[in-house]
Each structure stands twice: as C-alpha cells, then as structure tokens.
Design a binder for this molecule. Structure first.
Ligand SMILES: N[C@@H](CCC(=O)N[C@@H](CS)C(=O)NCC(=O)O)C(=O)O
Length: 217
C-alpha cells in the first residue's frame, strides 16, 4: 500500500530539516519503506480538506490505505510497529524504547520549543531579556539530565531505536544555539544520528523540496 505523508511546500527553516516531516521521512528510510510526499501550503493546511486529516491544520500527516494519522510521535510509532528496524524484539527493551519516544516529545522537546517560541515571537517584549535566561535554564536542566544518563553510550538503550530517532530530532533544534557545545556527549550523539544513511536520505529529500523551488518575491 502506498504511504503518503505531507510536508511544507515551503519550509520556514529553509531546508534545515527541522520541520517534523523529516522525522517521519527518517523513520520510513530506517525501515526501508518507500513513500510519497504531498506538499501543502500554509493556506491549504488550514482548509477543510487538510483539517480532515489533521485537526490542528499542521504537517506531517500519514496516509496508508484507509488509515490517516497525524502527530509525529504516533506516526513514527505506527511505522516502528509495522516494520522491523526501529523497535527491539525483546518486550522490555521495546517498552524502554517507547519510553524514550515519549521522553523526547513530552519531556525534552517542550522547553526547547518554548525557547524557540520565545525567540521568534517575544523578542520585542520588554520582558524578553529577563525571561530568556529562565527558559534557557529549563533547557539546560534537561540537557544536563540527558547528558548524565547517556554518558559514554552510543544510544539511549542497547541499540538505536525510534526513541533515539525522536530524541536526536528534538535535539537537532538546538544545533544553531551553541548550547550543545556544553555537552560533548550529546553533540556526538546527535552526530551519530545524523551520520546514519537513513537520516542522510531523509535530510536530502526534505532539502530537495526547498532547493527545487524558486524563491518568493
Ligand atoms: N505535535 C505535532 C506538532 C506538529 C507541528 O507543529 N507541525 C508544524 C511543522 S513542524 C506545523 O505544521 N506548523 C504550522 C502551523 O502550526 O501552522 C507533531 O508532532 O506532529
């Protein structure tokens, strides 16, 4: 059955791979499943046809036969359940990998997103300079904890899993912040993720969408 995902027609990150379709592309590349991409504009994302797939009018979505999914975590989990390569067979190791998926999206990503939102939408506010260090402190708290837990290991559990895929994807949001320089083991962990051939293919595919389009006036 053909798998179709949605992605930005024009990603606001200019092809840095931070839009969440990259996570889904990466998961599909890891399990070796071909997929099609339907590009959507910001306007189309808010229209009823897309909202039927995604109630919040966002990307990515995932369609496969009668099944339509939204929420990257759920999509990556579905892919990991359907195809071998992203979750271990051992029941306990599998449960731990799923735990890391939730940890990436529920515990580590929120302060990182808060920092991004603050920088993007609040920099003109009088209280911005006072608030940003507080927000960055919350990010560092999580990075400290994650860095301690990872230690010298290559991956969060025994072998690369969907938990690492989501954690690396979340941490990549901080790449341009300079904050990761304080955590050499996390920087190396992200680099290991980025070096995976499946990530490289996913990154190249999302970048091609951007570079193949003429710039807007
Ligand atoms: N929790 C959702 C978040 C989806 C999300 O924020 N998508 C962004 C792109 S990465 C989007 O569509 N933004 C445009 C908008 O919200 O209007 C997920 O993980 O899929």
């Amino acid at each position: 059955m053909t798998i179709t995902i949605t992605a930005f027609e024009r990603s606001p990150d200019g092809g840095k791979g931070l839009a969440r379709d990259t996570r889904v592309r990466w998961a599909l590349e890891e399990v070796g499943q071909p997929y099609q991409v339907r590009l959507v504009s910001f306007r189309a994302m808010k229209e009823s046809a897309h909202r039927a797939l995604h109630p919040f009018g966002q990307i990515p979505t995932y369609e496969e036969g009668d099944l339509a999914l939204f929420e990257t975590g759920a999509i990556v989990f579905h892919i990991a359940e359907q195809y071998a390569g992203l979750l271990p067979d051992d029941a306990n190791a599998r449960a731990r990998a799923i735990t890391w998926m939730f940890a990436a999206l529920n515990t580590v990503e929120p302060p990182i997103l808060e920092r991004e939102t603050s920088r993007l939408l609040e920099s003109d506010k009088t209280w911005y300079a006072e608030r940003l260090p507080l927000v960055e402190h919350r990010v560092r708290d999580r990075l400290d904890q994650l860095s301690s837990r990872l230690g010298d290991a290559d991956w969060l559990d025994v072998a690369f899993s969907a938990g690492d895929l989501l954690m690396v994807s979340v941490l990549l949001r901080l790449k341009s912040s300079g904050m990761l320089d304080e955590y050499p083991n996390l920087a190396a962990y992200i680099a290991r993720g980025e070096a995976r051939p499946a990530y490289q293919r996913a990154f190249a595919a999302q970048l091609a969408v951007y570079t193949h389009q003429p710039p807007t006036s």
